[in-house]
Write a protein that binds this ligand. Sequence first.
Ligand code: ADP
Ligand code: MG
Length: 269
Amino acid sequence: MNPNPTADAARLAFLLGELRLPTIKYLWPDIAVQSDKNGWPAARFLTALAEHEVADRERRRIERHLLDAHLPIGKSLDNFDFNAVPVISKAHITALATGNAWIETGANCLVFGPPGVGKSHLAAAIGRALIEAGYRVLFTRTTDLVQRLQIARQQLTLEAAITKLDRYHLIILDDISYVTKDQAETSVLFELISRRYEHRSILITANQAFGEWNKIFPDQAMTLAAVDRLVHHATILEMNVESYRRRTAIERKKATGGPNTRQSPKASS
Ligand code: ADP
Ligand code: MG
């Protein structure tokens, strides 16, 4: 067969497409030039191509998982000011953000504190770090997920919907305290908690400590059972500090010389 570089290149592009190797398809001509120039043996050339494909595949996977997680944008550990919450240890959060111990065993994390102290920010930042570490995460307002599960129950597909959520190593239920039992059938939330118990992790943020959770579940027995499962293997973070939102607003006003120092009322918790 006579060598025909143009035909080979066209055929190769087609074959790499069929094999779903987009990075090699895109990069091979440049790397081939480099390889020829440096006299690389074939194994070196092929390894370089394969490494690029694997690295890109990992990047694409993380991008896909970040999109699928619905994290609030711009909330990371890098832009979380730990000085504002001295009760929280940066080392502890960094350890949580690597996953390993708690995510692998399906343990939970419960984050309590009044509004504006950074609960959602911290939860989203941990979620982002976990995705970058290779885990799957879903961030959702608890009310949204409860609504979705209620619809699934009406359509008799609750079991399947909860099973589908198993693909997430961690579900972040933001603002559980906004769920109230008058929103009908909050027992779906209990079913989710039971299903994930000792199997898949949940991170919950809440303005109210357990004492108030009777408003969430249909009856006290279910509240107790839910709390019991959640805390059995859990890290509890209490962020009882001043609202970051309010503090920065006051500081901004001071910096711009506006009227400012009126004492804000204490946040209700
Ligand atoms: P919560 O969920 O407790 O009500 P948020 O996480 O929504 O509070 O925080 C309110 C706002 O203040 C957000 O814009 C968040 O990014 C910011 N914020 C809160 N705490 C911090 C912090 N320690 N460092 C940086 N930004 C923070
Ligand atoms: Mg919040």
